[in-house]
Design a protein around this ligand. Structure first.
Ligand SMILES: [Zn+2]
Length: 667
């Protein structure tokens, strides 16, 4: 993968088209500025239509031919769609859902990825592909499978049951220790041996929370094991970097998933109103493999679509804003799903670059716009790198797992985190999302909201971060569960209370109790589930007080000095517009206190992405209007338009809908 180049790609399925069409596609790709294709992900049947008759020649020829035309390839492994000879007449190999339904052949992900026969055949086809194409000059990268767990979650088949028992044995050693950890005396659950522990399949009511959450973890570890078995084979035959195109809402542990991959990539299909969801992912995947560019592996040129529905069409300018902001945020590749509209299958209505009948789609011109933007920005992206953020927000798929098991009032981790992110975004403070295990070097302010189980490791890391002068904001809804998804016995928030100098009174649903929080010169209703603190016994300064309701007079925001920094607890979340205002003031307050510098003033819906020259000579800011309403950026020092060379004076700089500007500031 050329480190200097920006890649502009599309998913391509040459196995579905004849020679004349492929020729036409190459011509159009060159016209549209597509320089990379992603192939092979659903082509197992083309490669091995009959068991043991493997032939990869077609793809070898495609890769060579496209390379000769200046178009590189990301080669995918075809394991999401195993051919009929694997599944036919073999219900024991199929995925089983939590209702006990066994999948039939069809769609994708219909097979159990833990079944030994499937695993064996997967590794055979992957090895054959890696051998055949691994050293071809056109192959610049690899993608393992496609969107693991996008259609399915935890499998409940017999194979998984046996593996589950082995996994439990490995984790708990003795059945007594499992019984103790899960508290199985309750409802006479106690097990006599591991083989008796059920999978979380249908019961008259609900399973033990510990069991459900553990099964999610088991499933997430198993899919990573499958991924890594493929990675190890590919590495024997190819030096090209390897990734997986993940998604935020799939049942995965992304931190674990990317641990042994070479670069991060994800698929995102925001409609134009969901642009902040896209920005969140840019800020997340930039740090997943820190210092290495990420890829947007799939996005639509105009709208997504399948048999049961579709999105609204992108307004003119949105795709370009999506791409420009992505590259500026640290993407090296921006790739569409898909090149040529599907003629058959279940995604007939999905947007593409070219129609099934060979004419440009409604998105084609927009792709040309992106190509033109890439030409302009490529030299600037080569000279600069994303500026290190000073503010980090913890991202945790494990936290998401806890919310899936126990949503309380129907809470969804992704939505909660998105709201939090949107508040931070609107402050104009440059930010990262980092995984639980992420390095805190370079950050001044860390926020850890919505992490029900706060590991000792993360608690100690946050404490150390504060001691060294950082400010750690903990909560809301952080720390109230143990690793085993049980309730702490020493305090509502376990050991976190001592660290943060608080003593909690209650943990309860504060929504709709007429409780109002007062802090930072404002007040707002309190929502979701709250841990309120005793102002008398807590060893921390009260910053926010609850008024009204059952816990009138208690504290919901506290501050404790620790070493050179502070730990801030948010026990209850201020909600609504007033809540957002309060949180915004809180973030500004602590960001200022800890010396956060990288902050821009813009109207909401317009962002500024800071980069810095590799030689440190200048700062480059990319201002983009993302909401399509136009916006204003307050320029604070004399700069220069990096595209036109014109001077930009301090003051208000207006942007048209979806317009972007690159501004250079001397250092
Ligand atoms: Zn299974």
């Amino acid at each position: 993968m050329d480190g200097k180049k920006l890649y502009h790609g599309a998913a391509y399925y040459p196995e579905l088209w004849d020679e004349k069409v492929i020729e036409e596609d190459i011509r159009y790709m060159k016209e549209a500025g597509i320089n990379v294709i992603r192939i092979g992900e659903f082509a197992w049947a083309k490669m091995e239509s009959i068991q043991d008759q493997i032939n990869i020649d077609f793809f070898v020829q495609v890769i060579k031919r496209f390379h000769d035309e200046g178009i590189e390839t990301i080669m995918c492994t075809p394991t999401p769609t195993p051919p009929i000879w694997i599944s036919h007449d073999h219900p024991e190999r199929m995925y089983v859902d939590s209702e006990g339904n066994t999948m039939s052949h069809g769609a994708r992900q219909h097979i159990c990825t833990n079944h030994p026969f499937f695993r064996e055949r997967s590794l055979m086809i992957v090895e054959a592909i890696a051998k055949a194409v691994g050293k071809l000059p056109g192959v610049i990268g690899w993608q393992i499978d496609n969107e693991f767990k996008c259609h399915v979650s935890e499998c409940m088949c017999q194979t998984c049951k046996e593996l589950w028992h082995l996994w439990l044995k490995e984790k708990y050693k003795t059945i007594d220790q499992l019984n103790e950890a899960w508290g199985t005396e309750i409802w006479s659950e106690a097990y006599l041996e591991f083989e008796q522990v059920p999978q979380p399949v249908k019961t008259p009511f609900l399973h033990n929370a510990s069991l459900i959450t553990a099964y999610r973890q088991f499933s997430r570890e198993k899919i990573v094991e499958f991924l890594e078995s493929q990675v190890n084979i590919i590495r024997e035959y190819s030096k090209a970097p390897i990734t997986h195109n993940t998604g935020r809402s799939f049942d995965l542990d992304n931190e674990l998933l990317f641990a042994n991959l070479d670069f991060a990539s994800f698929d995102a299909y925001p409609d134009s109103s969901q642009y902040t969801a896209l920005l969140l992912q840019y800020d997340l995947f930039r740090t997943m493999k820190k210092g290495k560019p990420f890829w947007v592996m799939e996005t639509s040129t105009s709208h997504n679509g399948y048999l049961a529905g579709h999105q609204k069409n992108h307004p003119t300018g949105f795709l370009e804003a999506e791409a420009v902001s992505g590259y500026a945020q640290g993407a090296q590749g921006f790739s569409y799903w898909l090149w040529r509209q599907q003629r058959t299958g279940c995604e007939l209505s999905h947007g593409a670059v070219l129609s099934a009948w060979g004419k440009p789609t409604v998105g084609f011109k927009r792709v040309m716009d992106v190509s033109a933007a890439i030409k302009k920005m490529e030299p600037m992206m080569e000279e600069t790198i994303p500026l290190q953020a000073e503010v980090a927000i913890t991202f945790s798929d494990r936290a998401r797992s806890f919310f899936l098991t126990e949503p309380l009032e129907g809470l969804n981790y992704n939505s909660l985190l998105q709201n939090w992110y949107d508040t931070v975004l609107d402050t104009g403070i440059h930010r990262d999302l980092i995984m639980e295990g992420g390095d805190l070097k370079g950050y001044k302010l860390l926020m850890t909201p919505y992490v029900p189980y706060l590991s000792d490791a993360l608690r100690k890391k946050g404490e150390e971060f504060a001691k060294q002068g950082g400010i750690w904001i903990v909560g809301p809804m952080t720390g109230y569960r143990t690793e085993e998804h049980t309730v702490h016995r020493n305090a509502a928030l376990g050991d976190l209370e001592k660290t943060a100098g608080v003593e909690s009174l209650y943990w309860y649903p504060i929504s709709q109790t007429n409780s109002v929080g007062k802090a930072f010169g404002t007040q707002a209703p309190l929502g979701h589930w709250a841990t309120v603190f005793d102002p008398e016994t807590s060893n921390a300064t009260v910053i926010g007080t609850v008024r009204g309701g059952e816990s009138d007079g208690s504290a919901f925001i506290t501050e404790k000095v620790i070493g050179n920094g502070k730990i801030i607890m948010i026990g209850a979340e201020p909600i609504g517009d007033k809540g957002k205002l309060m949180l915004s003031r809180l973030i500004h307050h602590y960001a200022a206190e800890t010396g956060v510098q990288v902050k821009t003033i813009t109207s909401n819906g317009t962002i500024v992405i800071p980069r810095i020259a590799k030689d440190g000579r200048y700062r480059l800011e990319c201002a983009v209007n993302m909401d399509g309403k136009g916006g204003v950026v307050t320029v604070q020092q004399i700069g220069k338009d990096a595209l036109t060379g014109k001077t930009i004076l301090p003051g208000q700089l207006s942007l048209e809908p979806y317009e972007y500007r690159f501004i250079k500031y001397d250092i």
